[in-house]
Design a protein around this ligand. Structure first.
Ligand SMILES: Nc1ncnc2c1ncn2[C@@H]1O[C@H](COP(=O)(O)OP(=O)(O)OP(=O)(O)O)[C@@H](O)[C@H]1O
Length: 778
C-alpha cells in the first residue's frame, strides 16, 4: 500500500502563526532541552574544579607578589608604634596633612570639572585630533613626574609660555604657591579620572541616551539625567584614584611648586625631608599615606583590585541611584520652550501645532492628554535606504526584511541618528529633517525597551514629559495614567531590574506614548518575550496603536506581529522597498523569496518557459496551472524590464491616503494563481530583477509526501530525502532536500509522519499540484 501524507484544509494565512524558521519546537523524545544544556548546569552553582597553576607561572607570580608586598611589609614592621602618635601629631606633619588634603581635593574638583567633559568628548563625539588628545591624556601617566614639573615650569612658570601673561595681566604666579601644587597634582592625577570614565562610557550602550533624546530630552539633560547616573560607578572609581594619586603626588610638585612649609610642602614632601632628619617619623608618615591608599582601594571594593566585584557594582549602582543626580530635579533647561532653543524658528513654517505647543495644551488637561492633532508621515530616504514613505495618521507599518536589509538604519535615519541614510522628514505640516533628535517628535522604543535602569517605572514614563517642562507632579500623574492604561500601574515604583520582560516592554511603550510623539518607532517590540507574554503584549499594543495619532513603524521578524499589528507591511531588501501592501496582499502575493519564506511558504525563483511553466536553477521544472498573463510576464517585454530597472533605482511607496502601492494595496485577487497587479509607476520593485524571473509560491500544506513514487494527476513529482522534522503547533514541518529542485517544506500531521515512518534521512517522494502554485513576477 502506498503511504502518502497531505495536509488538509489549511486556511490561507494560517502560516502566519509561526514560520518553520521561527523558533521550531523539538519533537517529543528529543533529549536536548534547556534544562540539559551544559551552560545551565554551570550556572546552577556547581563550580568547575580548580586547576593547579604550572610552576613556571606560579613561581614568578609569587615573586611579583613578594616584590610588591615586601616594601610595604617593611613600613609596617619598622614603624615605631609607640611614637606613632607623636610623629603624626607634630605641627609640621599636621600642617602637611592639611595642605595635602587641600591640594588633593582641589585637584579632584578641577579634574572632575574638566576631566568629565573631556572623557565624554573622547567617548561620544568625533573630532579632529582625537587620537592626539587621547595620547596627551595618557602622557602624564607615563612621563617621569619631574619631567612633568619641568614641563609645567616651561608652560605656566614665570618664564613659561603662559606664565608671563598670567603674572602681568592677572597677577597670578603659580610656581612656589599652593595653586601651583594643585596644578602639578592635577596634571598628574586627572588622567586617571579621564581614562576610567572614558572606559565606562565606552561600555555604556548609547541606546539609553538615544532613547532619552527621542523622548525630547536635550543633550545636556540627557547627559545629566541618563549618562551621569549610569556611569556613576566608573566616575566614582576614577575620582577615588584621582584623589589618591593627587594626595601622593611628589615629583611634579617639588619641581614646579618647590618645598615651602605651609605653602607647598605636602605629606609626600614631608616624608622626603623627614627621611634625612628623622627616619622613624618618615616611616610613620609613610604608614599614614599607605593607610590612606589602602582605604581608597577598600572603598572601591575591588572595582579595580578584582575582589568582590558584584558587591562593588551593586554598591556603586546604589550610589548612582541615590547620588542625588535626580532626573526629576528642577529642569535648568527646558527644550522646546523659550527663544533660546530656537525651536520655533527651526519649525520653519510657523505652524502652531508644533510638538511642544501640542504638549503645553495637553498638559493642562486632566487625564491622559488628548489633542486633536494628527500627524501624517512623509519621508524620503536617501543613502543606504532609498525609498519614500507617505502614510496617514493612525497607520501602523510593519517593516520586515532579512538581516542587513536596512530596517534599523531606516529607523535611525528617521530619528536623525545616522549618516548612512538621510531622511527628508515631514510630520504633519512640519518639516523636521533639520531638527536634532530631541525636537523631532519621533519616539523610539529599542528592542530591549532601554528603560533607564536607575529610574522607577513611573519616572521612566514621566521622563518625556519632564523633558518638555511639565511639572513633576503633573508629569507623574500623567505617567501613572499611562502605566494604568497599559496594565502596569501596580509596578510604578519598581525599577526595570524588578520587572519581567513583558512588564518592561509595556512600561517602555507607556513611556513612548506618554511623550505624545508624532511618529512612533518600535524596534522588535516583542522579540524578548515568551509566546504567552507576546500574545498579551501584542493585544495591548494593538489596542493602543489604534488610538495613536501618528504613524507607527514596527520592525519585526515575526509574521504574526506583522499581520496582527500592521495596516501595511513594508518589505525591505538591500535598503529598498520590495513590497508595500496590506498584510493580506503580502500573504497572497509575496514579492520576494525571503518574505514568502518568512510567511512559511515555499518560494522558488526561476524563469518562465514559453508554456507558462517555470525553469528552476537545477534540472527540475515546475508545471503551473495558471501561467502569468503576458503583460505580467516580464520576459515578454524588453521595455518593461527597462522600466523596472529604472523603478528599481528608487523604491517608492504610495502617496494616496491609507493606500498601498497601486495594485498591491488594492483588494486582493480571489484566485491564488492570480498575480498581484504590477505597480503602474514608481512602485516597489526588487533590487535586481532579471528578465523573465518569477517566483513560484506554494504553501507547505500543498506539498504531499509519499514513500513511493505517486501515480495519478500531480505533474510536479520529485524524489528527495528528509532533512529535518520540526513541530509547529499540532503539526509537523518536514524539510525535504532534492537534487532536482530547491529544498521544500511540507506540513503534515504527526499521525501521517508515523504512518510514513519518517525520520531524518528517509527517502521520500514529493508532489505539488500545478493548481496550488502561484507565480509572482520579480
Ligand atoms: N555603523 C555601520 N557602519 C557601516 N555599515 C553598517 C553600520 N550599521 C549597519 N551597517 C550595515 O548596513 C546594513 C543595514 O544594517 P541594518 O542594521 O539597518 O539592518 P537590519 O535590517 O536592521 O538588520 P537586522 O535584521 O540584522 O537587525 C547592513 O549591511 C549592515 O552591515
Amino acid at each position: 500500500m502506498k503511504r502518502t501524507a497531505r495536509s488538509t484544509g489549511s486556511a490561507p494565512g494560517r502560516e502566519f502563526r509561526r514560520s518553520p524558521w521561527h523558533k521550531p519546537r523539538r519533537l517529543p523524545g528529543c533529549r536536548s532541552g534547556p534544562g540539559r544544556l551544559p551552560g545551565r548546569r554551570a550556572a546552577s552553582g556547581r563550580r568547575a574544579p580548580r586547576r593547579g597553576a604550572p610552576l613556571a607561572l606560579a613561581l614568578p607570580a609569587a615573586l611579583a607578589v613578594a616584590l610588591l608586598l615586601l616594601p610595604l611589609a617593611g613600613i609596617v614592621a619598622r614603624t615605631s608604634w609607640s611614637d606613632l602618635g607623636t610623629h603624626l601629631g607634630s605641627p609640621a606633619v599636621r600642617e602637611a596633612l592639611r595642605l595635602s588634603l587641600t591640594v588633593s581635593f582641589w585637584s579632584l574638583g578641577i579634574s572632575v570639572l574638566l576631566g568629565v567633559p573631556l572623557a565624554w568628548m573622547l567617548a561620544r563625539s568625533a573630532f579632529p585630533g582625537k587620537t592626539l588628545v587621547r595620547c596627551l591624556v595618557l602622557l602624564p601617566m607615563v612621563l617621569p613626574p619631574t619631567v612633568g614639573g619641568v614641563a609645567l615650569l616651561l608652560g605656566v612658570g614665570r618664564r613659561g609660555l603662559l606664565g608671563g601673561v598670567l603674572e602681568d595681566w592677572f597677577g597670578v604666579t603659580l610656581p612656589f604657591s599652593t595653586a601651583g601644587a594643585v596644578i602639578a597634582a592635577t596634571f598628574v592625577a586627572m588622567p586617571f579620572l579621564i581614562i576610567s570614565l572614558e572606559g565606562t562610557l565606552a561600555g555604556l550602550h548609547t541606546r539609553y541616551e538615544e532613547t532619552a533624546a527621542s523622548l525630547g530630552a536635550s543633550p545636556w539633560r540627557v547627559f545629566r539625567t541618563v549618562t551621569l547616573p549610569l556611569v556613576a560607578p566608573g566616575l566614582i572609581a576614577g575620582a577615588a584614584l584621582t584623589w589618591a594619586r593627587a594626595l601622593g603626588e611628589f615629583g611634579a610638585t617639588i619641581t614646579f611648586a618647590g618645598n615651602l612649609p605651609g605653602v607647598t610642602q605636602t605629606l609626600p614632601l614631608q616624608v622626603y625631608l623627614l627621611l634625612q632628619d628623622d627616619p622613624e617619623a618618615a616611616t610613620s608618615v609613610s604608614l599614614l599615606l599607605l593607610a590612606i591608599a589602602m582605604a581608597v582601594l577598600i572603598a572601591l571594593r575591588g572595582r579595580w583590585a578584582g575582589g568582590a566585584p558584584a558587591a562593588g557594582r551593586a554598591a556603586a549602582r546604589r550610589a548612582a541611584v541615590h547620588s542625588g543626580i535626580d532626573s526629576d530635579a528642577p529642569v535648568g533647561e527646558i527644550s522646546g520652550h523659550g527663544p533660546s532653543d530656537g525651536h520655533d524658528g527651526a519649525s520653519g513654517n510657523g505652524n502652531s501645532n508644533s510638538w511642544d505647543n501640542g504638549w503645553e495644551g495637553a498638559a493642562e488637561r486632566t487625564g491622559v492628554p488628548q489633542d486633536d492633532a494628527r500627524w501624517p508621515l512623509q519621508a524620503e530616504l536617501t543613502g543606504f535606504n532609498e525609498l519614500r514613505i507617505d502614510a496617514q495618521p493612525g497607520t501602523t507599518i510593519a517593516v520586515v526584511g532579512p538581516n542587513g536589509a536596512g530596517k534599523t538604519t531606516l529607523l535611525r535615519a528617521l530619528l536623525g541618528l545616522t549618516d548612512r541614510s538621510r531622511a527628508a522628514l515631514r510630520l504633519g505640516a512640519d518639516e523636521v529633517s533639520a531638527l536634532p533628535t530631541h525636537r523631532r517628535g519621533v519616539a523610539w522604543v529599542p528592542q530591549d525597551g532601554a528603560l533607564f535602569p536607575h529610574l522607577t517605572a513611573l519616572r521612566n514614563t514621566a521622563y518625556g514629559l519632564r523633558s518638555r517642562g511639565v511639572g513633576r507632579a503633573e508629569a507623574h500623574r500623567q505617567a501613572r495614567l499611562w502605566l494604568d492604561r497599559l496594565g502596569v500601574g501596580q509596578f510604578a515604583q519598581r525599577r526595570p531590574a524588578q520587572l519581567s520582560g513583558g512588564q518592561a516592554q509595556r512600561v517602555a511603550l507607556a513611556r513612548a506614548l506618554a511623550a505624545r510623539p508624532r511618529l512612533l518607532l518600535l524596534d522588535e517590540p516583542l522579540a524578548a518575550l515568551d509566546q504567552t507574554t507576546r500574545a498579551l503584549v501584542r493585544h495591548t499594543l494593538r489596542r493602543h496603536l489604534s488610538d495613536f495619532d501618528g504613524v507607527c513603524l514596527i520592525v519585526t521578524h515575526d509574521p504574526v506581529e506583522a499581520i496582527s499589528l500592521a495596516d501595511r507591511v513594508l518589505v525591505l531588501e538591500g535598503g529598498r522597498a520590495v513590497q508595500y501592501a496590506t498584510p493580506a496582499e503580502v500573504t497572497r502575493h509575496p514579492r520576494s523569496p525571503w518574505v514568502a519564506r518568512m510567511l512559511g511558504r515555499n518560494a522558488w525563483s526561476g524563469s518562465t518557459t514559453p508554456d507558462g511553466g517555470l525553469c528552476l536553477p537545477g534540472p527540475g521544472r515546475l508545471v503551473v496551472a495558471d501561467p502569468l498573463p503576458v503583460s505580467d510576464a516580464v520576459v515578454s517585454s524588453p521595455d518593461s524590464a527597462t522600466e523596472q530597472g529604472e523603478q528599481n533605482k528608487r523604491g517608492t511607496l504610495p502617496t494616496e491616503p491609507g493606500g498601498g502601492a497601486a495594485g498591491q494595496g488594492s483588494p486582493a485577487p480571489t484566485e491564488p494563481a492570480e498575480p498581484a497587479e504590477q505597480p503602474s509607476s514608481g512602485r516597489h520593485v526588487p533590487p535586481s530583477p532579471q528578465r523573465g524571473e518569477v517566483m513560484a509560491i506554494f504553501g507547505p500544506e500543498a506539498v504531499s509526501v509519499h514513500r513511493e513514487r505517486p501515480t495519478g494527476s500531480p505533474r510536479n513529482v520529485w524524489p528527495g530525502h528528509v532533512r529535518e522534522i520540526t513541530a509547529v503547533g499540532s503539526r509537523l514541518r518536514v524539510l525535504i532536500s532534492s537534487d532536482q529542485v530547491p529544498d521544500l517544506v511540507a506540513e503534515i500531521t504527526p499521525a501521517a509522519a508515523v504512518e510514513l515512518d519518517l525520520a531524518d534521512g528517509t527517502a521520500v517522494w514529493t508532489s505539488v499540484k500545478a493548481t496550488e502554485i502561484t507565480l509572482v513576477p520579480l
